[in-house]
Design a protein around this ligand. Structure first.
Ligand code: DX5
Ligand code: ZN
Length: 213
């Protein structure tokens, strides 16, 4: 299981230190939640702060856009050379065009699905993306309760991926811990995002990451 800690749960007063800790603690990706106060009822960080994160991160950034104007935000973050950029399908009129744009910038494109969006909605985009992110909470905040229907959604997505693009990864984000990660693994999930589980773990971030793995 690949692990992408969400820095949303880090201490922003010592962000560089908290980013270094997850990279040294064995994470695979650094998950960055970008919220615009419109698509979701919360506002987080922009390129100035993410640039500071990119400077100290030794693992690829996994930028999760929760915004209304995806193309504008792709342009803002592309110069930081993230590993992945994911955008919400619910907020994009021309997903195929946006995927081509992200790829042309040398970034791996990913699509995110809210808890109500069926995996079948993106069947004909799967051939063009490297990852699909299934939300297991309503996007906007860390520390929410895991919505367990993600297990069935992951199973259905896995079947579509086998047919259309077997190399495409499945990522799950929201309320993930060392208990529910087992059923996610069994459902074919490749990457878990975890914010509060990692940053609030009593034995520290490295212990949390290895528990998820
Ligand atoms: C929610 C974000 C998540 C969040 C996960 O909108 O996309 O990445 O930070 O935090 P936990 O693991 O605490 O649910
Ligand atoms: Zn996220």
């Amino acid at each position: 299981m690949l692990v992408a800690p969400s820095i949303l749960s880090a201490d922003f007063g010592k962000l560089a230190e908290d980013v270094k800790a997850i990279c040294e603690g064995g994470c695979d990706l650094v998950h960055v939640d970008v919220m615009d106060g419109h698509f979701v009822p919360n506002l987080t960080i922009g390129p100035v702060v993410v640039e500071a994160v990119a400077k100290v991160a030794t693992k690829p950034l996994d930028i999760h856009l929760m915004v209304e104007n995806n193309s504008f935000f792709v342009d803002l973050f592309a110069p930081l050379k993230p590993g992945f950029i994911s955008f919400h399908i619910e907020e994009e009129k021309h997903p195929h065009r946006l995927i081509q744009k992200i790829r042309a910038l040398g970034i791996r494109p990913a699509i995110t699905l809210n808890p109500h969006t069926p995996p079948e909605a993106i069947e004909f985009l799967l051939a063009d993306v490297d990852m699909v992110l299934l939300m297991s909470v309503n996007p906007g905040f860390g520390g929410q309760k895991f919505i367990s229907n993600v297990v069935e959604r992951a199973q259905r997505l896995k079947a579509l991926i086998e047919k259309r693009n077997p190399k495409c990864l499945i990522e799950v984000d929201g309320g993930v811990n060392d208990e529910n990660v087992k059923e996610l693994e069994a459902a074919g999930v490749n990457v878990v995002v975890a914010g509060s589980f990692v940053y609030k773990h009593p034995e520290g971030v490295a212990a949390a990451i290895s528990a998820l793995k």
